[in-house]
Design a protein around this ligand. Structure first.
Ligand code: DQA
Length: 137
């Protein structure tokens, strides 16, 4: 089982960024725990602050991986390009948000990805990534 987590803009700052919303753990530390927990899963991780790099990564993995866990962060709410990339690939995508985007500003309620996603997980903190992996098993 080959899965990839793709994190979008500002998620490289997890641990430092608005800890009251996103928690105080770095993603690198959390990712190590995920790898230990899911030893039978070939798990990769990619983060970029650049929209086109996220699209390129979706194209690269979107025909040969078993699943993609995508937290496109702010691009979720703005990027027709990432939404189209998710529609154009074959690998199923789970959209994920650490925070409960529906309890936040209205501009975070819309997603260009959700309509093409296998499912959406939000509001469970970093644990959401674990739930997303489990959804593919
Ligand atoms: C986020 C929610 C987005 O609205 C926000 O822009 C992010 C992170 C989340 O994981 O809760 O950067 O995707």
């Amino acid at each position: 089982m080959k899965l990839i987590i793709i994190n979008g803009p500002n998620l490289n700052l997890l641990g430092k960024r608005e800890p009251e919303i996103y928690g105080s753990k770095t993603f690198e530390d959390y990712f190590k725990k995920l790898q230990e927990k899911f030893k039978n899963v070939e798990l990769s991780y990619f983060q970029s602050n650049i929209e086109g790099e996220i699209i390129d990564k979706l194209h690269e993995v979107g025909f040969n991986f078993d699943g993609i866990i995508l937290n496109a962060a702010a691009y979720t709410h703005t990027s027709v390009g990432i939404g189209d990339a998710v529609k154009g690939i074959e690998t199923p995508v789970v959209e994920l948000h650490i925070s409960n985007v529906h309890a936040r500003e209205e501009f975070r309620h819309h997603s260009y990805i959700a309509s093409a996603a296998k499912g959406v997980i939000f509001g469970f903190g970093l644990k959401g990534y674990e739930l997303a992996i489990q959804s593919f098993l």
